[in-house]
Structure formats: C-alpha cells, structure tokens
Ligand binder design. Structure first.
Ligand code: GNR
Ligand code: NI
Length: 173
C-alpha cells in the first residue's frame, strides 16, 4: 500500500468525468487500498479516485468515529437509483479544497447500486452522513466539487485564495 498525492483545486484534472471500471481485479483493489491509506492519512472520511489523479469510478469511505472499529467501504461504478425529495444541509469540506468549509444542501436520502471490493453487485439505502458523503464523492466522479454548489462570489473567492496558496508554496521563502 502507498500514500498518493491528493490533487487540490484549482486543477483541470478535478474537472474530468471519470469512466466506469471494467473489472474489479487485483490491480483495482491495489488502487482502492492506496486510496484508503491516503484517505486515513489525510485524514478524511471519503475519497474519489480522481482526487489522486485516476479518472475511474471508484470511491472509498470510512464513517467510523475516532476510537470505533474502522469501517472501510468501497463503491465501484456507483449509480444513484433513487433520491429523496426532502433535503438536508451539512457543512462540507473536501481534501481537494483544503481549509474551506461551507453548508451544502442535498437530498437527505438516496439509494445506490455499486460493485463492492470483491466485484459483487450491491444496493444500499443511504441517509445522514452516508448520503451526504456519497453524493459528495459521486460529484467528484462527474468533475464537480462542493464549491460548485455555492454562489459564484463564494466559489471565486475560495479559488483565488487557493491559487494564492499554491503560488506561495512554489516560491522559495
Ligand atoms: O473528509 C471529508 N469530509 C467531508 C465532510 C462533509 C462532507 C463531505 C466530506 S468528504 C471529505 C473528503 C473528500 O474530499 N472527499 O471527496
Ligand atoms: Ni471531496
């Protein structure tokens, strides 16, 4: 397993639309293992493959709280097959948008069909943090960041600060 570099905005790679996986094999499981390790190291509660530069429909997640048993989850080729009319609002963050947190409104519940770590087809009804995180990650697979759900003014201000931050990191002290 290896920790991979997480891409941060603004970066054109984060706008790519990810393509479906053809086969869940050992090579794909190695990617999922790396993604999980990268996510735990960050730390974060979810990660989409495009965040490490791989435009495949792969998501890893662990919503266990500190001190609880780890609960790694893997979603390959996820499809949301139903979303609730009622919505909920969560304060979201993103490893690709470091240090910014804003409230985002999304369907409160959804039903997802996906392939698991073994390549078995599964369906699950999601609510609460699982619904929010899954929709956040599915957005990544479509090249969308949580800041794309905010007003243009807020988004542009964040992108400007992120660009400035990147410049400062590149320049010698
Ligand atoms: O670690 C993360 N926390 C989080 C909090 C609220 C809503 C979504 C998330 S996902 C984020 C990790 C990440 O960037 N996944 O793409
Ligand atoms: Ni994210």
């Amino acid at each position: 397993m290896a920790i991979r570099e997480i891409i941060t905005a603004p970066d054109p790679r984060l706008k790519q639309v990810s393509t479906p996986v053809e086969r869940v094999d050992d090579e794909l499981r190695a990617l999922m293992d790396d993604m999980l390790e990268t996510m735990y190291d960050a730390p974060g509660i979810g990660l989409a493959a495009i965040q490490v530069g791989v435009p495949k429909q792969v998501i890893v997640m662990d919503l266990a709280r500190e001190g609880e048993e780890p609960q790694p989850r893997y979603f390959v080729n996820p499809e949301i097959i139903w979303s609730s009319e009622d919505t909920s609002v969560y304060e979201e963050g993103c490893l690709s948008v470091p240090d910014f947190y804003e409230e985002v409104e999304r369907p409160a519940r959804c039903r997802v069909r996906y392939l698991d770590y073994q390549g078995e087809i599964r369906e699950e009804e999601c609510d609460d943090m699982l619904a929010t995180c899954l929709q956040h990650e599915m957005d990544h697979l479509n090249g969308i960041l949580f800041i794309d759900h905010l007003s243009r003014v807020k988004r542009d201000m964040m992108l400007k600060k992120l660009t400035k931050q990147k410049k400062l990191q590149k320049e010698p002290a």
